[in-house]
Design a protein around this ligand. Structure first.
Ligand code: NAP
Length: 491
């Protein structure tokens, strides 16, 4: 068997994978690779190129603490600027030699003989001591299987696979879904299409987006007075973190914000019939809250229709609603979100004794601190289960998890260990606590959302302050792990 040629292989080159790469570099660990299935690194900000694509956390906060950017052009950066930022990070930390694009992970197997992983990729086999996945839950498009879609004579694509080859100007377009992606691209395409039919199943709660251009003077100051960058970041962090008080601990406090959202709707939509269709009937915050100023006005354009009757089937020429009315269209755009429960997809990961990760994930993947899984030695995740945040920057959570994984990698190296594997009882107790905490949160107030799996279990969100997650990931708690030394002893 080929020796363990890499110390770490990271899978995924979004913010999570790149963060892991920087941390490894900074720790002086050089024998690592970052695998990326796509043609370029950048993850979600590479894949999502739909018009209007932007972040909804302020950019000074939605960026790495170790690579702050004084040059953000606006408060909520657009996709192009975020992708450019990932390129700057790769250049600044000299990550390019470590990144292998067009290299998809197909499978991985833990070899008990030497405590290494044999990693099968679309470009051949590799061996590594530690395998770290940062696949991101929002990477596999969820496309509904609409009856009759195979007969449709027009074009169809998903928001995260935007087909820029199709000129939408003057076309009749159907958009399915009214989530975070759709409310960003609908206002962008609405003015140029001939007809826009928007199929809404559930209206989202929407707040005004406090976006603004950052002036040249401000950028100049930010570049020269470094503490100012920390101040911007710190203020945004505290303001957003306060959201956890209501979302996690006292959902009733959200009533005041819900009234703000209703006022936003009333201000922008004078028509009471349209307004009624756009008013959610579930608690504010239960599904992801969206920020947008231009969505409601777009729905009032004369050629835009908000359709709530539901889709019956697709015909050759268009969509037939449940009311039996056929509406001809040239293009269907799915703004239908992602298959979050199956981020691992067809990847065949086998841990100790051939244990399958797909099987472990069948009823919802559970991990210890979102990072490690019993039965999978020397295997870690960044952006793992219950590390998502409904109120603050995901980058903060990513940095916390990456620090934890780095400590594990360093422990393996310094102590010359064969493997570390989290104990099942530690994992079970941790998840019981997480699920108990989730019960009282706003995400458990009865709506249907992608945070919940088919059993109603939330395996996505972190139920607490983000600084609390940082606290539990600060050190690698080896006491909760089964440790095998080189000679095969289990401690
Ligand atoms: P999403 O929020 O899951 O929205 C999907 C939409 O499609 C929902 O309105 C859903 O309705 C609808 N839908 C799904 N299947 C349907 C079907 N069979 N028939 C009719 N409607 C259907 O997906 P997304 O907009 O792509 O966003 C996903 C996540 O990505 C967000 O929650 C957010 O975390 C992230 N995101 C962030 C940003 C940002 O930072 N600005 C932008 C885009 C995305 P129901 O509500 O009834 O299920």
């Amino acid at each position: 068997m080929k020796r363990c040629e890499y110390e770490v292989i990271v899978v995924g080159s979004g913010f999570g994978g790149l963060c892991m790469g920087v941390k490894l570099k900074q720790a002086g660990i050089d024998a690592f690779l970052i695998l990326e299935k796509d043609a370029e690194f950048g993850g979600t900000w590479w894949a999502n190129t739909y018009p209007g694509c932007a972040v909804d956390i302020p950019s000074h906060l939605y960026s790495f603490s170790f690579a702050q950017n004084a040059a953000w052009s606006r408060r909520f950066a657009h996709q192009g600027e975020l992708l450019a930022y990932t390129r700057d990070v790769v250049a600044q930390f000299d990550l390019a030699p470590h990144i292998r694009t067009n290299t998809a992970l197909l499978g991985a197997r833990f070899d008990e003989a030497d405590g290494c992983w044999t990693v099968r990729t679309s470009q051949g086999e590799l061996r590594t001591k530690t395998l770290v996945t940062s696949l991101g839950g929002l990477s596999r498009p969820s496309i509904p299987s609409l009856p009759g879609i195979e007969n449709f004579s027009g074009k169809a694509f998903h928001s995260s696979r935007w087909d820029h080859g199709i000129d939408l100007r003057g076309k009749r377009v159907a958009v399915i879904g009214t989530g975070a992606s759709a409310i960003q691209f609908v206002p962008e395409i609405a003015p140029e299409v001939a007809q826009l039919d928007l199929y809404q199943r559930t209206p989202p709660w929407i707040l005004p987006r406090p976006d603004r251009i950052i002036s040249d003077t401000e950028k100049w100051l930010l570049a020269r007075v470094r503490p100012l960058q920390w101040l911007y970041r710190g203020v945004d962090y505290v303001v957003y973190e306060a959201g956890a008080i209501a979302m996690v601990y006292f959902p009733s406090l959200l009533g005041a914000v819900q009234r703000m959202a209703k006022r936003h709707l009333a201000r922008q939509v004078p028509d009471p019939v349209l307004r009624a269709k756009l008013t959610p009937d579930y608690t504010f915050g239960c599904k992801r809250v969206l920020l947008q100023n231009t969505y409601y006005p777009a729905l009032m354009l004369p050629h835009v229709s908000l359709l709530t009757e539901g889709i019956g089937h697709v015909s050759r020429d268009g969509i037939v609603g449940r009311d039996g009315v056929e509406r001809p269209v040239d293009v269907i755009i799915y703004g239908t979100g992602f298959d979050v429960g199956h981020a691992i997809g067809p990847i065949d990961v086998r841990g100790r004794g051939g244990k399958s990760l797909q099987d472990a994930a069948r009823d919802g993947l559970q991990a210890y601190k979102g990072c490690s899984i019993a039965g999978f030695p020397n295997f870690f995740m960044v952006t793992g289960p219950n590390t998502g945040t409904g109120h603050n920057s995901m980058i903060y959570m990513i940095e916390s998890a990456a620090d934890y994984v780095l400590e594990a990698v360093k422990t393996l190296r310094v102590q010359g260990l064969h493997s570390v594997e989290v104990n099942q009882h530690a994992q079970t107790a941790y998840n019981a606590l997480i699920q108990r905490r989730l019960k009282g949160t706003v995400w458990s107030t009865g709506c249907k959302s992608w945070y919940l799996d088919r059993n109603g279990r939330n395996g996505i969100l972190w139920p607490g302050f983000t600084f609390a997650y940082r606290r539990i990931t600060r050190r690698f708690d080896i006491g909760n792990y089964a440790v095998r030394r080189g000679d095969g002893d289990v401690k």
